[in-house]
Design a protein around this ligand. Structure first.
Ligand SMILES: Nc1nc2c(ncn2[C@@H]2O[C@H](COP(=O)(O)OP(=O)(O)OP(=O)(O)O)[C@@H](O)[C@H]2O)c(=O)[nH]1
Length: 319
């Protein structure tokens, strides 16, 4: 066996060495056997027995050197690869000769490859875990964003102080209900309600008391106009509006007069006096149509103006 073959790539060295073994078996051993037979015949059955014995011994020696020893080394290499932990660095490798050394190197390379695959598998698992965490965080952020958007949308439609519908949302509803009433030839009443002398109320009791009063009035409006189709909004300051689908002038007037009475009796927080209300009312019907939702609201607003100028604390009907 040649030890300089350590530098040769293993995939080429292995077949070459096995081929060499096969050659020795097929050529050298039969030749020696033939020589032994020839010597035996030449000796004439016993005159040169020593030569036959010598050739037989040489054959046995060659078989031992060329065949059995390499095979033993091969077996030893295989056993070493299976059982003994082979050091990872070539410098630490035990000196194993020839084919066994090559087998040892193959085993060593395979173990390194297996170690590298295992490491890659671990890395992939870690990466998957991180990806799952990132996805969870992303989903949480998405949910928070949606909640914020919902809150913003709701803030955009609701008056912060009273919780009533705000003017923008009211405008949309008014247009929708007006078209519906037109389509169905139904009734639609709109009342604009304004607290009287609220500036003085604020001055007398303070802005906080004014805020509390506005909230109390809003709650009362919600209680009085609570059909599914009723909408109450705060237009701004101390001004409110009620949209009453299905109500004509007479029904709306009855409800609003009751409301004004209730408001006068309303117990305000901290017992800070009382409030009165001026109301302008307009109602659209097939007999009294309006050109647009805006025209209907304006008519109610003009009626409120008349109520204020007539002395406040009253309800005025649009012409
Ligand atoms: N406390 C409080 N006051 C408000 C709010 N918004 C508007 N106001 C006050 O409401 C008052 C409205 O005054 P005006 O427009 O003169 O109306 P008024 O005093 O009620 O007089 P008339 O409407 O003519 O009866 C002002 O003093 C505003 O500062 C609010 O959110 N909270």
């Amino acid at each position: 066996m040649h030890t300089d073959s350590a530098a040769e790539p293993l995939d080429r060295a292995m077949p070459r060495r096995l081929g060499s073994l096969r050659l020795r078996l097929t050529l050298a051993v039969p030749l020696l056997t033939a020589a032994i037979v020839a010597a035996f015949e030449w000796s004439g059955g016993g005159h040169a027995v020593w030569l036959v014995l010598l050739l037989s011994a040489a054959q046995l020696l060659l078989i031992e050197l060329w065949l059995l020893r390499p095979l033993r080394q091969l077996a030893a290499g295989c056993e070493a690869m299976e059982s003994a932990p082979v050091p990872l660095t070539p410098g630490e490798a035990a000196p194993v000769a020839g084919l066994a050394l090559e087998l040892d190197r193959i085993g060593h390379a395979m173990r390194r490859a297996r170690g590298s695959l295992w490491q890659q598998d671990q890395d992939a698992r870690e990466l998957r875990r991180e990806l799952a965490q990132q996805r969870t965080l992303l989903e949480q952020a998405h949910a928070a964003l949606e909640a914020n958007q919902r809150e913003l949308a709701s803030l955009a439609r609701i008056d912060a102080l009273t919780g009533l519908t705000n003017p923008r949302a009211f405008d949309e509803t008014l247009r929708r209900e007006f078209k519906r009433a037109q389509r169905q030839r139904g009734l639609l009443a709109v009342a604009v309600l304004d607290l009287d002398n609220f500036k003085q109320f604020n001055l007398a009791h303070g802005t906080a008391a004014g805020d509390a009063a506005l909230q109390r009035v809003a709650a009362l409006l919600n209680e009085r106009f609570k059909r599914d189709t009723d909408v109450v909004a705060r237009l701004g300051g101390e001004e409110f509006v009620a949209l009453l689908p299905g109500f004509g002038m007479a029904e709306a007037q009855g409800v609003l007069e009751s409301l004004r009475d209730e408001l006068r009796e309303l117990r305000l927080p901290d017992g800070v006096g009382s409030l009165t209300l001026s109301v302008g009312l307009a109602a659209a019907s097939p007999a009294h149509p309006y050109l647009s939702a805006q025209a209907l609201l304006q008519a109610a607003d003009e009626a409120l103006y008349i109520a204020k100028h007539a002395g406040r604390d009253r309800l005025s009907l649009a012409a």
